[in-house]
Every structure is written in C-alpha cells, then in structure tokens.
Write a protein of this length. Sequence first.
Lengths: 279, 221
Amino acid sequence: MTRKPQPDEVSPTNHNQKPPSRAVIAGRVRGAGHERTGQPCQDFYFYQWDRDWAVACLADGAGSARFAHIGARRAVFAAGTLAVNALRRGTTDLTQCTKDALAAARLALEQQPAPISDYACTLLLVVQQGDRLATAQIGDGWIVLLRGQSSKAAHLPSRGQYVNQTNFLTQTTWCSHVQYQNHEQLPALNGFALLSDGLERATISLQDATPSHTFFNGLYGWLTKAETTPKQAKKALLTFLNSDRVRETSDDDKSMVLITRCHSGEATEPIPSKLVQPC
Amino acid sequence: MSHFLEEVDLVRNPEPRIPCVLLLDTSGSMIEDDNIHALNEGVQHMIDDIKADSLTRKRVELAIVTFGGRAIVRHDFQDVVDLTFTPFQATGGTPMGEAITTGLRLLENRKQEYKKHNVNYFRPIMWLMTDGLATDDIQGPARKVARTVQEAGLNMFCVGVEGADFDQLKTISPSPMRLKDSKFTDMFMWLSNSMKAISESQPGQKVAMPPGHDVWGEIQA
C-alpha cells in the first residue's frame, strides 16, 4: 500500500528508487514568540520528488489568524498534491502547474468551516522538472535557487510599508499579489531552498536581497558529501534552527526545505527566466 | 560531532526599527503641580525600561522634541541604548504646531534613511503631551497629521494634562487621553510596554496594546 505523503515529513515517491542525485534537508521549529503565547508552530512544508522532478512548498501562518496553523498545513498539502499529480500525469507546463496549485490551496482554505481570514498564511512553491523550474510566491519568505557561486532569490518577498505586514493567500485580492516565475534550462542549478521569513535575518543579506553564499553553498556542499546521512542532516538542521544564535535573530517560527539536484560543472551561465503575469 | 551548521557564519542584518517621536510640552505652566519634574522622571523611567529589554532596546529609536517657548529637537532619532537623558526645564509659551511640524519632519527624514539603507521598520509612533493651549497655528500641522494617519503612515497619540484644551487636541487625534493625577511614569511605562509588544510582533499580526492604560489615563469624551 502506498502511504499518502504528509506535510512536514520526508516523502520520496519510492524509497527503494530514491535517485542518488538528490539530497534533502527540511525542518521547522516554533519561535520564541509562539512559545511565550502557547501557540503552535505555524510554518508547514511539503515536498516530494521522483527521478526527474521535485515539488516543494512552504507556508507561514499569520500570527493574527485564529487557525493559521491549520491554514498553512492545508495550503501546502493542497498545493503540493496537485503539483505532484500533475507531474505524474506528465504535464510539462510548469507555470500552469504552479497556478493550478495555488488555486487548489486557496480553494482548500475556502472550504474550511470558519471565515477564510482565520486561516491566513503565505505560500511558496517550487516545481522542478529536468532543467526547468517554476516558482510561485505570495507573501514573505524566500525561494533560493542554488547556483554554484551565485545563489539568487527567485522573488522578493511582498511586504507592506512596514516590517510586520505582508500579503496572504486568504486576501480577496490574493491573485494580484502572487508572483510567478518560469526558469527554463537551468543546467547549473544545484538545487533550491524554501525558507520562512523567520530564518531570513540569519541567511539572507536584506540590504541587497542576496542569499548568503556561505550558508547555502556551504550547506549544499556538506549535504552532498557521501558521509552525510539524511538522519544526520535533519538532526543538524533542527539543532541549528533551535540554536541561540539563530533564535536571537527572530522570535518567529523558522522552517526550511532544501532539495539538491545533480549536475556536472560549475555555474557559468545566468539563469534565463521570464516573468509570467499573475492570474 | 562537528558539522557544517554548527560553524557557519550567519548574515548580520540590521534590526527592524520602531521609530517613536515624543512631543513634550515644557512650557512655563508645566511648573504647576511640579509636572515638569514628574515628566522628567517618567521619560527617564521609560528610557531605562527600554534599555533593560534585550530585544526592544535593539529596535526602538527615540526622538524627543520639547515645546516651551520654541520647539527644540532634544534628541534626534537614535538607538535608546545610546541616549543620555538631560532633564527639561519649564519655560515660555506652547508652540505645539511647530513641534508637530518638527516631529513629522524628523520622522520623514528617518524613513528616508531606513529606505536608503534597506532597514525594515514598523509604523512610526508620535506621542504628544501637553498641559495647555497651543500658542501658534495648529490647524495646518493637525491636517498634516490626519492625512499621514489616514495613509497609515503614523500612529498618533495625544495626552492632555489637567488644563489642556481637549477640543484642540481632538483636531490632532480623535480620542485624546486625559492624564490622571500627573501619572507620567505610569504613562511612559505603558508606552514602553506597547513598544515591547510591537517589537515582538510577527508578520501580519495585529498588535494589541497592553492593558493598563486606564491606570494613568482616560479617554476624553
């Protein structure tokens, strides 16, 4: 019997056929702010992959929403499963896949019993197939494309004028706040990472919106070493997220998913990409 | 066992800031009931309280403008940890309009600095305290405050000490507070707690102001 993948857990399509070219590290921890108020961690993620494709999404529930943790969990599961099913059916239109996935996540929140604003959350999504990759983002958080010496952010987080404001999937105008991007032919791509905004102050240079080369490429290098086991990696990430030096950068929940892919040679070409209009 | 994540250097970003400007009446009438002394004590307590909180002290930036005779910038925006407070003297008239204009200018300049250096910030706070009636034009500055508040550019608070003209304060903020029994220290401690609540807030969170404002004040109907 095939077990359904669950949010926030490792969910390769088939453990026996795990492609040797991929390594994954993922974890989430509750922030000090939620520890003080007794609220649960409101970050959730989902990921799944097969030999030729990978899907990852991550949602951060709004601190002000009553059921933000449920909203974030439902959103990543709905978006993730739709994208996985589309790829399994053989879709090659990754942009449409990300649009359908976000629509599925929004629908999942509309179908909840309480008013939709009670389930407010952001959403990040990456769909990768061979050398192609499509990303979507509403709200804050970061999608990082790992490329040799020059990792870059797929989008800038959408913020309001002030630091404690962002956009959510539950807004009436959510469509106009989603950023989509389609990246074609990425032979130099080492992998990608999704992270909630709770981790941004430790890993992203906010002055120029540049992912930390030391962090992301160092992590990639460590993760892809033959002696690093998945169990070790997960434990190390959770220890890191809970460490004092990371916690003092933010009181918020912190989560990350990083998936590598195999390629030969260093990144030499810029990432060709084109902006896709929001739905 | 040592691994990469134990040793990796983290990015050092500047803290997001909470800009707060205090507009404080130091006109001659503040000598009555020794209000000027209570005001000085209150401000000193607030600064000490912010300095004692590890997160808030990294995020709050305070500017202080006094208006007694003329509007004077006592402290332009700076981290509270770097602020050394010198007590105010009460003297002169009440140029409240000039003080508001000065406060708005300081805030606008600070916001431009934040944007220039990519520093994230919370909605600015302007806190006006007076015991009298403005002795200069208040209409223009009040309209500018109303417009800035409407554009979500400011949280404006007005507090009147006994003797203040509340009808005039209502042209600046619709719900001014009346300070009870010169409880300046309680008022400033509440403001400090409010800034702590903001500094701990998460994205999208509506920040509830801490309880206890009824200890020092009441909304003037």
